[in-house]
Design a binder for this molecule. Structure first.
Ligand code: DX5
Ligand code: ZN
Length: 224
């Protein structure tokens, strides 16, 4: 079945001294979403950004903002991220003991709801919650840092999810180590949205060149 592959550049790899320019460059290059990685130094061994950055990015783009919460006890911060301008909020399965409540809360705030799963977390753990999901974010590296190497053992899980969600309006998002060499494999397995950090924001090439080589890798010729 033909499907439209979305690209979600992750600003984790952007030059923060000129974040607005980098986000605008991604939009001009045909990005579909802007991915924002929130880390707390607890769930993952790194600290990044919070609602203030989401609010700043909201001011420079009209693209949907895809907020990936790598934080423990995310519930009490959901409203702050929604108010800051998030369009989709993904929480980690590993951080949410009452996942139904958390996902319903995200939807009640007017956002799309996603669940992220770590490389070791089985797809089957989502089987009872599919009706509350707009997206499943499959971590293809261990969360916490950009620029890590793709874990190929996640490919069968992507394929398993694709068959689990057949007929439902749920996007399969992959995140971590996606570049021109790994993109075709994840798309072949069933991924529909590719989060890309260091393959888009780097010193080797422009944002447009990075996006074009990704599109080429998955057989898309032109933006849009
Ligand atoms: C990692 C983050 C990713 C990260 C991906 O924990 O969730 O979104 O930005 O970066 P790359 O594409 O460089 O692996
Ligand atoms: Zn992410």
């Amino acid at each position: 079945m033909a499907q439209y592959i979305q690209f979600a550049p992750s600003i984790l790899a952007a030059d923060f001294t000129r974040l607005g320019d980098q986000v605008r460059a991604a939009e001009t290059a045909g990005a579909d979403l802007i991915h924002i990685d929130v880390m707390d130094g607890r769930f993952v061994p790194n600290i990044t950004m919070g609602p203030l950055v989401v609010e700043a990015v909201r001011r420079v783009t009209s693209l949907p903002l895809d907020v990936h919460l790598m934080i423990i006890e995310p519930d009490h911060l959901l409203e702050a991220f929604a108010t800051a301008g998030a369009n989709r909020i993904s929480v980690h399965w590993e951080t949410c003991p009452n996942l139904h409540r958390t996902l319903q809360h995200i939807r009640d705030l007017g956002c799309r709801a996603g669940v992220a799963i770590n490389p070791h977390t089985p797809a089957a753990f989502l089987s009872e919650i599919l009706h509350l999901l707009d997206a499943v974010l499959v971590m293809t590296v261990n969360p916490g840092f950009g620029g890590q190497e793709f874990l190929p053992e996640t490919l069968p899980k992507i394929a398993q999810l694709a068959s689990m969600i057949q007929g439902r309006d749920i996007r399969i998002v992959v995140d971590g180590g996606i570049n021109a060499s790994t993109a075709a494999g994840v798309v072949g397995a069933g991924a529909q949205t590719l989060v890309v950090g260091s393959a888009v924001f780097n010193h080797r090439q422009s944002v447009l060149e990075g996006m074009e080589s990704l599109r080429h890798a998955v057989g898309i010729k032109k933006p849009g």
